[in-house]
Design a protein around this ligand. Structure first.
Ligand code: PLP
Length: 386
């Protein structure tokens, strides 16, 4: 059975060009770029080349890019740096719908005595900017607001928030893990101080990420140790994956304009057909600007775990909530914040496409889902609910 992979917000396949580019650095050229001998030292330029490519994708200068191990590390580094640098400011502003990489650190800081403001969103997933205006003058240590939501794809007005923060001299971080490689990003126009990204969301391997830190922004490293990354992130460089991330960024830069159109076309095909063929469904994030690859649907009176199980039998990969929380039957905190009704929240499924998704795969999914829905809704559990 062929796998139909529609879970690209969880992770993506490594693109063939990226794999080719990184393999020599896992095989022949395995030296340590910090070594004194030429076998290692001569590899150092590959890190700088990759840094340039990552910087180019987001409109940054190469020296503003720090390689990390993942999006979670980038998020933790940014927020912990702000906390470390100004211990008098004991307030963090974030949102109710962040990824656990931010949310769980915020909750930890709350337990340590910090005040944390979790900004709400509306029924369509839009951020309440008025709520931000009410709390921002309290001189927070940092405002950390995601660029695009991993579950719904809803995009937040980062440039607008950047202006609000800059006017007040407040540090602003954005978790752009789901946005980098999917939408054009120019950090200068956004007015962000720090921005997180992760390789495995844009066809590079898992275990590599990056943090943009604006030139002039005060910064305190999370990992202390060797002098790698100009002393900003200790640890022997993951050269092969750094090379891979550079290549993935180069490809993304070339492909974003046509990919946005192609992927949106397939996502819209899926959305339109499912809306026509299935009753009692709701598109989460509909009415807000969304990533072109993401479709989050609530199917009323359907259990998402049973649904995913049926999809799995056909080789279709999707998810309920974020990958990190998919083993728990707790409804998604994002959909809760959006006040999705109880009958629908338990039947919410996320499909996320990529440049490798093809129309035949989407058509197969369109044919199969109405059958699954009818079967699940006809099952005794749901008949009893009616
Ligand atoms: N932030 C967002 C919005 C994400 O979607 C994810 C992963 O799903 C992360 C952070 C964590 O990234 P990583 O898996 O690279 O640690």
């Amino acid at each position: 059975m062929k796998t139909i992979y529609l879970d690209n917000n969880a992770t993506t396949t490594i693109s063939p060009e990226v794999l080719n580019e990184m393999l020599p650095y896992l095989k022949e050229f395995y030296g340590n770029p910090s070594s004194g001998h030429s076998f290692g030292r001569n590899l150092y330029y590959k890190i700088e080349q990759a840094r340039e490519k990552v910087a180019l994708l987001i409109g940054a200068e190469p020296e503003e890019i720090i390689f990390t191990s993942c999006g979670t590390e980038s998020d933790n580094t940014a927020i912990r740096s702000a906390i470390q640098l100004d211990k008098k400011k004991q307030h963090i502003i974030t949102t109710q719908v962040e990824h656990p990489a931010v949310l769980n650190l915020a909750k930890y800081m709350e337990r340590k005595g910090y005040k944390v403001t979790y900004l709400p969103v509306d029924r369509t997933g839009k951020l309440d900017i008025d709520a931000l205006m009410h709390v921002i003058d309290d001189e927070p240590a940092i405002v950390s607001i995601m660029y695009a939501n991993n579950e719904t794809g809803v995009i937040f007005p980062i440039a607008e928030i950047g202006t609000i923060c800059r006017e007040r001299g407040i540090l602003f971080h954005t978790d752009a893990v789901q946005a980098v490689g999917k939408v054009p990003i120019d950090v200068k126009k956004l007015g962000v101080d720090m921005l997180s990204m992760s390789g495995h969301k844009l066809h590079a391997p898992k275990g590599i990420g990056a943090l943009y830190v604006r030139k002039g922004c005060r910064f305190f490293p999370y990992l202390l140790g060797g002098h790698q990354e100009y002393g900003q992130r200790a640890g022997t460089e993951n050269l092969a994956s750094i090379v891979a991330l550079g290549k993935a960024c180069e490809l993304a830069l070339e492909n974003i304009p046509c990919e946005q159109i192609n992927v949106a076309g397939l996502r819209d095909l899926l959305e339109l057909n499912l809306t026509n063929k299935c009753s009692d469904i709701f598109i989460n994030g509909c009415g807000s600007e969304r990533l072109s690859n993401t479709l989050n649907i609530s199917f009323s009176n359907v259990d998402s775990e049973a649904f995913l199980h049926r999809l799995d039998k056909y080789g279709i990969c999707a998810s309920a909530g974020s990958a990190c929380s998919s083993s728990s039957s707790e409804p998604s905190h994002v959909l809760r914040a959006m006040r999705v009704p109880d009958a629908a929240i338990h039947g919410s499924i996320r499909f996320s496409l990529s440049r490798y998704t093809i129309v035949d795969e989407v058509n197969t999914v369109i044919d199969i889902i109405p059958e699954i829905i009818n079967e699940l809704r006809g099952s005794p559990i749901f008949r009893n609910c009616e």
